[in-house]
Design a binder for this molecule. Structure first.
Ligand code: ADP
Length: 544
């Protein structure tokens, strides 16, 4: 027997309509690319998104057509999010920090019909435009007064386009499984892969993310995603902030400590989010200036592991709770977040910081398990580690225009490529990416753990460890280190530092010092490059 309830479709446009109707004057505040602060209410945002939806139709954008963006976190970018998805097209955010040939690949693979770009990216697009095979129009996200001289065929000004369009538009209803947005994972191996989100997955992810044990957003909050809108939809903030009717602050192109602090304080931000590097910059700025954080309650940090020292500094010195989160492009992105179960509410600050080192627990909507090489489920004892697999309504079921990928196992589970432990409280800890694990004599060594130890040394600025070929053990760890400025750390000092901190056989076989390490477009260590650089490296232990 079927239930007798309405089959209202879960659509992205409903998030914005809710904000416009129930929270019309609650503000969206942005630092513009041009410089000044821009502010308006959700009702204004919804009106302008309708206008832009008409403008998109005028440009020939129809259902399912891809609308590309190369843009920072601002109100105009948000308008594109809603106008494109809300009208049935697909909002395709592109990471401008990628290597230019990858940008060309992504635009062509995604078959973008229109490309919106911020002023910052005009020179980049001028260079690449002739290689874009499907783009019919380029829209510069600025007003007439700031429109530069442009060498692009069919370049249009955003505000001119808006002025000419009518506000008269009804958000259409359609199947909630329709594609709403597209995002490519930065591709540490091979070509970037497209993850195609649906309206349903986006709304369900937003509803789950807003819950108290996840990001915890209410109408009384002010959120500021520092994580870019070109990085997995800014972890969903542009959806669940309007959904809850909270005030939204968009930091534009500036993510340095001073600029972030200014917005946090001036706008009364209560919740912010981003990768560890951003918060390291803020902590340094706070230390140098002696300033405080007067309104921030919570920082959601993820994308790479959060060092314990960071959690401790925010808690002890600024009274701010760090919530360590884990996820990926393929998961919309939230998979786990570190909030404790019932019975653990009385932990000491010390215990809190210890717990936050792990990436957290799955919440409703996400199932996870760890498996060995034969796909047997491993014990959840915090010791056994294996491939982390996940499933749920906001996990990708296949890559866009890609067949035969080995990441889906036929039983509905997606192999994340991360190696992890899960403990008795179901707190998950990433020990490595599967391709980065160092395989020594059939046993696994966690490269992340070696790096975490190395960066604990006061003379180390950054460190990476990779497996290098070894005649006896197959692979042995090599540590590549960037010294802190002025420090005189030796190979012997570095290796001695590992003693007592890991099993003997985990201690790296050698250390090399470099001026800098290669990074991906999202700021992660580019291990693939390092492995290539050191593929013929002869370890001192290789002789016997
Ligand atoms: P890519 O870096 O391949 O583009 P994503 O940007 O989607 O992919 O990043 C997802 C990956 O980032 C995860 O699979 C995991 O390896 C890493 N990651 C994300 N959050 C954390 C975290 N809190 N701690 C450690 N690693 C993390």
């Amino acid at each position: 027997m079927e239930g007798l309830m309405m089959g209202t479709q879960l659509l992205v446009s409903s998030l914005l309509r809710n904000a416009a109707i129930n929270h019309p004057t609650t503000e969206v505040v942005s630092r513009s690319v041009e410089g000044p602060i821009h502010r308006y209410g959700y009702a204004d945002l919804e009106r302008r998104a309708r206008r832009l939806a008409n403008a998109l139709q005028g440009l020939g954008v129809g259902p399912s057509d891809r609308v590309g963006t190369l843009a920072w976190n601002t109100w105009r970018h948000l308008e594109i999010y809603y106008a494109a998805s809300g009208s049935g097209a697909v909002c395709h955010t592109i990471n401008p920090r990628l290597f230019p040939p990858q940008i060309v690949y992504i635009v062509n693979h995604g078959e973008d019909k229109v490309l919106f770009l911020d002023l910052t990216f005009v020179p980049l697009v001028e260079q690449l435009a002739s290689r874009f095979e499907t783009v019919e129009a380029f829209v510069i996200m600025t007003d007439e007064a700031n429109m530069p001289e442009i060498r692009l065929p069919g370049a249009l000004c955003f505000e001119t386009l808006m002025k000419a369009a009518s506000e008269d538009f009804e958000w259409p209803s359609f199947d909630e499984n329709t594609a709403s947005s597209l995002c490519y994972s930065s591709g540490t191996t091979g070509n970037p892969k497209g993850v195609l989100y649906s309206h349903r997955s986006t709304v369900l992810h937003a509803m789950a993310a807003a819950l108290p044990d996840v990001v915890d957003v209410s109408a009384r909050d002010v959120t500021m995603p520092v994580v870019p809108m070109f990085h997995v939809n800014a972890w969903g903030f542009p959806y669940y902030t309007p959904m809850m009717g909270a005030k939204l602050v968009l930091p534009g192109p500036l993510a340095d400590g001073a600029s972030i602090h200014e917005l946090l304080e001036n706008e009364g931000v209560t919740i912010s989010a981003g990768v560890p590097t951003v918060w390291l910059g803020l902590l340094q700025y706070l230390e140098e200036t002696g300033k405080a954080l007067s309104t921030v309650k919570r920082l959601v940090i993820g994308g790479s592991a959060v060092p314990r020292a960071m959690t401790e500094a925010f808690l002890d010195r600024y009274g701010v709770e760090v919530r360590h989160a884990w996820g990926m492009t393929e998961m919309s992105p939230l998979g786990t977040i570190n909030t404790p179960p019932h019975g653990m509410q009385d932990e000491t600050p010390e215990q809190f910081c210890d717990r936050q080192v792990k990436q957290g627990r799955a919440f409703f909507g996400v199932e996870m398990k760890i498996v060995d090489d034969d796909d047997n489920t491993l014990p959840e004892d915090g010791v056994a580690f294996g491939m982390l697999k996940v499933r749920g309504p906001w996990v990708c079921s296949a890559y866009y225009k890609e067949s035969g990928s080995d990441t889906h196992d036929g039983n509905g589970w997606f192999a994340t490529g991360d190696v992890a432990t899960i403990d008795e409280t179901r707190n998950m800890q990433v020990t490595d990416r599967s391709k980065d694990v160092i395989k020594s004599g059939g046993e696994w060594i966690s490269s992340i753990e070696l790096e975490n130890i190395a960066v604990g040394h006061p003379d180390v600025a950054e460190a990476a460890s990779i497996g290098v070929q070894h005649p006896k053990w197959d692979e042995r760890p090599l540590l590549v280190v960037v010294r802190r400025e002025g420090a005189e750390l030796s190979r012997g000092d570095m290796l001695a530092y590992f003693e007592g901190r890991v099993a003997r056989w985990w201690v790296p076989d050698d250390v090399v010092f470099v001026d800098e390490l290669p990074h991906t477009a999202t700021g992660k260590l580019l291990k693939m490059q390092l492995r290539e650089d050191y593929k013929d490296y002869v370890l001192p232990t290789a002789g016997g």
